[in-house]
Design a protein around this ligand. Structure first.
Ligand code: Z5A
Length: 210
């Protein structure tokens, strides 16, 4: 193990749609590989067979009209399985965990976007995670119109991507408010810049970590 604390780290990647999480995952993996760190890569919602089935339910068209409370609880059901089957076992075996989205997404999308009660989310977080929290979160941040324009070029919109700008502005504001509350954990990356610039910001965070 190579990091400064000598413990496997739980790293999450967050941001609104189209900000470049997928594009930068490969770069982050190259930094971990270069440092000889053993890690697993996973994502939410998903990361287990049950979680991936719930992902299809959550993002697809079949249950488009599900209630906001149902959506919230399915996110946490997928997470409970993910934490029990994948994340905790990996960390216990000394592997780092690199996860594309985690509970900050729930605060941002279900809390900010859907305007569900944040205390209710915090209660579910405590129930499902106990004391497990990410060690470091990279928040890729860009104005909503930039992310939407980038995402729009790519594929058919999923159930969340069909939401309006006001929804995504609340998502972004919630992320930024959380980063302000937890500056040691949540590192804000200016994702409106070109890819080289974004990657050098990411490298700076990892240089302090590894
Ligand atoms: N969700 C939720 O509501 N609650 C929860 O608790 C959780 C999730 C866990 C699935 O997420 C949805 O689940 C998500 C929130 C909800 N819905 N939304 N929106 P997802 O991660 O699978 O989907 P996503 O957020 O839409 O991610 P994405 O579509 O994969 O986008 P991305 O990974 O951030 O962007 P990208 O694919 O890397 O980049 C998009 C395009 O921009 C692509 O053509 C790139 O080449 C280009 N790009 C990327 N970076 C740059 C820069 N810097 N300059 C120029 N162009 C760039």
């Amino acid at each position: 193990m190579n990091n400064k604390s000598n413990q496997p780290l739980f790293i999450t990647l967050e941001g609104s749609e189209g900000v470049g999480k997928t594009s930068n995952l490969e770069y982050i993996k190259s930094l971990l590989d270069g440092a000889g760190i053993e890690y697993i890569e996973t994502r939410e919602p998903g990361g287990t067979p049950l979680g991936e089935a719930l992902r299809n339910t959550l993002l697809g068209e079949d249950f488009k009209g599900m209630s906001d409370d149902t959506e919230l609880m399915l996110m946490f059901a997928a997470r409970a399985e993910h934490v029990a089957q994948v994340i905790r076992p990996a960390l216990e075996q000394g592997q780092w965990v690199l996860c594309d989205r985690f509970t900050d997404s729930t605060y941002a999308y279900q809390g900010g976007g859907r305007q569900l009660d944040m205390d209710r989310i915090a209660g579910l977080e405590q129930w499902v995670l106990g004391d497990l929290r990410p060690d470091i979160t990279l928040l890729l941040d860009a104005p909503v119109d930039i992310g939407r324009e980038r995402a729009g070029k790519r594929s058919e919109p999923d159930r969340f991507e069909q939401e309006r700008d006001a929804f995504f502005n609340r998502v972004r504001e919630t992320y930024l408010a959380r980063a302000k509350q937890e500056p040691d954990r949540i590192k804000v990356i200016d994702a409106s810049k070109d890819l080289d610039n974004v990657q050098s910001q990411i490298k700076e965070v990892f240089d302090n970590l590894i």
